[in-house]
Design a protein around this ligand. Structure first.
Ligand SMILES: Cc1cc2nc3c(=O)[nH]c(=O)nc-3n(C[C@H](O)[C@H](O)[C@H](O)COP(=O)(O)O)c2cc1C
Length: 286
């Protein structure tokens, strides 16, 4: 069990740790001094360690250097906005492989994405082996073929009795996309992975209702951070919709499910204009 340790000698009783501990693990005692009360409830979030101006807190079993001081200034709102408003999916990659050290760096950052009760239960599968990528492409091509039959049915006139016009419209888009994917793949193009030199899959615990969030949180951290290294990424919906098929090819244990899948590689192009999106649909209760 991990738990916070409070060095009473260093503590000045400022109470910041009490304020940020969301689980009442650290509370004020009768003298108003912080004290560890319900250690068993600690999620090891480290908020107390990170906020203490006196370095009076540590977490049992977690080396102190894991809580390195923050020196860099926060990103300005304008920089962040520009970054987010110009980030685009990447489907054209340089032939250059992504170095192992870069992949390790990406995962080091991605694992920082939050998880419920700070469980950190997720895993990453990184595929750079061209033969394995080809094997997955073939498996997904077959999957798309079988999905196309169902999607065609859902997009057909009789199905209008059961589906809303919006759902049918979506089915028609899917049908077109699947047909293009199969046409390109049949012609020797890689419409599924776009010749990406690397695929990354993100798993979460199958039985955990938050398993998907844990995987996708890490996926989005990784995707955003990758941009800063000149890398481009693109979510792969074909793969994300076929976790069981992929699990067989990637030896994923039953306890885990693949929830996230991306292509990754060095970007071939730079875009000159920001992304366009429809206005957001928002409701405020004020
Ligand atoms: C759940 C999901 C699945 C996606 N699947 C694919 C895919 O299989 N292939 C692909 O090329 N792009 C895929 N995309 C990328 C979207 O097409 C892309 O995000 C969208 O067109 C907006 O473009 P942008 O990301 O460049 O702004 C997917 C995106 C999401 C969120």
């Amino acid at each position: 069990m991990t738990q916070p340790i409070l060095d009473q000698e260093k503590c000045t009783a400022c109470g910041l740790c009490v304020e940020v501990c969301g689980l009442d693990v650290i509370v004020r005692n009768g003298n108003g001094c912080p004290t560890i009360d319900r250690a068993a409830y600690c999620h090891t979030c480290g908020h107390c360690v990170a906020i203490c101006p006196q370095n009076a807190l540590s977490i049992q079993g977690v080396p102190g250097d894991q809580f390195a001081p923050v020196h860099t200034p926060a990103i300005s709102p304008l920089d962040m906005e520009t970054f987010l408003l110009t980030k685009r999916s990447c489907r054209e990659f340089k032939e250059r492989p992504v170095e192992k050290s870069v992949l390790e760096n990406l995962i080091t950052v991605a694992r920082m994405a939050p998880t419920s009760i700070n469980c950190q239960e997720r895993a990453f599968i990184v595929v750079t082996d061209a033969a394995k990528i080809a094997e997955l492409r073939e498996a997904l091509t077959q999957h798309i073929r079988s999905l196309l039959k169902m999607v065609k049915l859902a997009a057909s006139k009789p199905a209008a009795l059961f589906l809303s016009p919006e759902s049918q419209e979506h089915m028609r888009h899917l049908q077109a996309d699947f047909e293009i994917a199969l046409r390109h793949t049949g012609g020797g193009d890689d419409y599924i992975f776009h010749n990406a030199p690397c695929l990354i899959f993100f798993t979460g615990i199958t039985m955990d209702p938050s398993g998907r969030d844990h995987a996708l949180g890490a996926q989005h951290y990784l995707m955003l951070y990758a941009e800063t290294l000149g890398l481009g990424t693109c979510i792969n919906g074909y793969a994300q919709s076929a976790p069981k098929i992929l699990a067989k090819h990637l030896n994923i244990p039953k306890a885990h499910t693949i929830y996230g899948a991306i292509m990754l590689g060095y970007r071939k192009h730079t875009y000159r204009k920001r992304v366009y999106r429809k206005p957001a649909s928002v409701v405020y209760y004020e």
